[in-house]
Design a protein around this ligand. Structure first.
Ligand code: AHR
Length: 497
């Protein structure tokens, strides 16, 4: 098979915001306890932060991490998670039916984020709480000193403000599974009033309002339109969440997931722009795709009741080679929408539907999905270009004709490297015919391939490198192996203009 990929240096989607490569740590399962935090682990530092996990997180180059939920945040009392550890209360978390010891809290996460070289995206509880708790939290985090909450932070040992710039106004507030679910009008009102209070404190803070918790909600997109009706001018981003499943083991259907993501983003953009027109606003709403991933392997195990405990094994999806292909396609979709999607969080980061897995007291390793995310994060920064694909298609169950090739293209900041991210959805090898208009003297300098003969192959503690990328020999017309993920990096010579 041959596939033509046409790009033009002048046909830009937009600048890629580095926060497109964000991730997420929730107080859920073993994300925190046994994941990023495990005092006594052989690699743990004096804070209890696992060094092996930190190393893998740094390798992923994640610029922002959302915290502390997710559904967890909807009944989170932030005051429980600060101050002397011995005095913090143990609470029952209703979202995940787990015991929360609060031995890792807000200050610990800020310190962990510094060690991981990432920024904090902090979520506010708008389920069981409201404006008062939110304004106190913002003051605790960001005010230098000389007020009750900022001085309390200092008394807790953090002299410098945390300087958290990005705040989520609640989480999935349309979801019946959420503690404190709200109607769109109820949520829109409280989101707007909370946004006003936060911006009175500091107009420079950036706020994300909850859109629908998925495009499959029966109330989508009316929920989003109603929420925006209330808070369009006071927030900066609208959130989207989407998880992909393959319960029926239908590979071609599963591989079309990114078409679903493209359409979902387009619908949310249309909804935002409808509100913009209705309000005669000059502001264009940007999007925060702050939960996305494949999530279904652990569904059955998670359906079984477990006793209340700290750090239970929950949502521990073990990802396959085919999941890595889908994640490669999904991140391409985000890059193709870089003009409107400015923040995205792979949900999540460690142990819970995550690219990084750990054993309690043991090893940490990279899951299959780690690789496409890592390559996009490392090489997908710069300008996203429009990609036209001319390739044979297949008929997908949900979206009609889907091309056998999924691709995104990014030219780096200084214009010296063009990176093309490709997933070959076909069972046939594909010769890639790249037409790069406006780029002169380009030469392929690197071809990384991720593939495995067994599409169900996984990485485990016993065999952590079973699915590992390899560097291929450079060919004039690169060959994309059947069902493979590929990063093609071209050195760019003298530009055409
Ligand atoms: O990421 C896991 C859960 O999925 C989050 O807590 C929630 O926001 C979503 O439903």
């Amino acid at each position: 098979m041959r596939a033509k990929v046409i790009i033009d240096k002048e046909y830009r989607v937009g600048q890629v915001d580095k926060r497109l490569f964000g991730s997420f740590i929730e107080h859920l399962g073993r994300a925190v306890y046994g994941g990023i935090f495990e005092p006594g682990h052989p690699t743990a530092d004096s804070n209890g932060f696992r060094g092996d996990v930190l190393e893998l997180v740094r390798e992923l180059n994640v610029p922002v991490v959302r915290y502390p939920g997710g559904s967890y945040v909807s009944s989170f009392r932030w005051e429980d998670s600060v101050g002397p550890v011995g005095k913090r209360p143990r609470r029952l978390d209703l979202a995940w039916r787990s015991v929360e010891p609060n031995s890792f809290g807000l200050g610990e996460f800020v310190r962990w984020a510094q060690a991981a070289k990432t920024e904090v995206m902090m979520a506010i509880n708008l389920g069981t709480r409201g404006i008062e708790a939110a304004r106190n939290l913002v003051e605790y985090c960001n005010h230098p000193q000389g007020s009750y909450w900022s001085d309390l932070r200092r008394a807790h040992g953090s002299k410098d403000p945390f300087e958290v710039k990005l705040w989520c106004l609640g989480n999935e507030m349309d979801g019946p599974w959420q503690v404190g679910q709200k109607t769109a009008d109820e949520y829109g009102r409280i989101a707007n009033e909370t946004a006003k209070a936060v911006k009175l404190f500091d107009p420079g803070l950036q706020l994300v309002a909850c859109g629908s918790s998925s495009g499959r909600m029966p109330t989508f997109p009316q929920w989003d339109a109603t929420v925006l009706e209330h808070c369009y001018e006071s927030v900066d981003y609208l959130s989207l969440h989407q998880y992909h499943k393959n319960h029926e083991d239908d590979l071609l259907r599963f591989l079309a997931a990114s078409v679903g993501m493209d359409r979902y983003i387009d619908s949310v953009v249309a909804t935002c722009d409808f509100t913009k027109a209705k309000k005669r606003s000059s502001k264009t709403m940007m999007l925060s795709f702050d939960e996305w991933n494949v999530w279904f392997h652990s569904d059955e195990a998670d359906g079984k009741a477990v006793p209340w405990q700290v750090g239970p094994h929950l949502l521990e999806d073990v990802y396959t080679m085919e999941d890595a292909l889908v994640v490669g396609c999904l991140i391409n979709s985000l890059l193709r929408h870089a003009d409107r999607v400015k923040i995205a969080c792979l949900a999540q980061l460690v142990n819970v539907i995550a690219p990084i897995m750990t054993e309690n007291g043991g090893r940490a390793w990279r899951q299959t999905i780690y690789w496409p995310f890592c390559y996009a994060s490392r090489h997908g920064r710069g300008t996203s270009l429009n990609v036209r694909i001319d390739a044979p298609c297949y008929e997908s169950r949900d979206f009609g004709e889907v091309p056998n090739l999924d691709a995104a293209a990014v030219c780096d900041e200084d214009g010296s490297t063009l990176s093309i991210f490709c997933v070959n959805r076909s069972r046939e090898a594909t010769e890639l015919d790249l037409r790069a208009v406006g780029f002169e003297n380009i030469a392929l300098v690197e071809h990384i391939e991720l593939r495995h003969d067994d599409l169900k192959a996984t990485n485990t503690a016993a065999d952590p490198r079973r699915v590992t990328p390899k560097s291929l020999q450079i060919a004039r017309e690169p060959r994309l192996a059947p069902l493979s993920y590929n990063l093609l990096r071209y050195a760019v010579g003298t530009a055409g203009h």
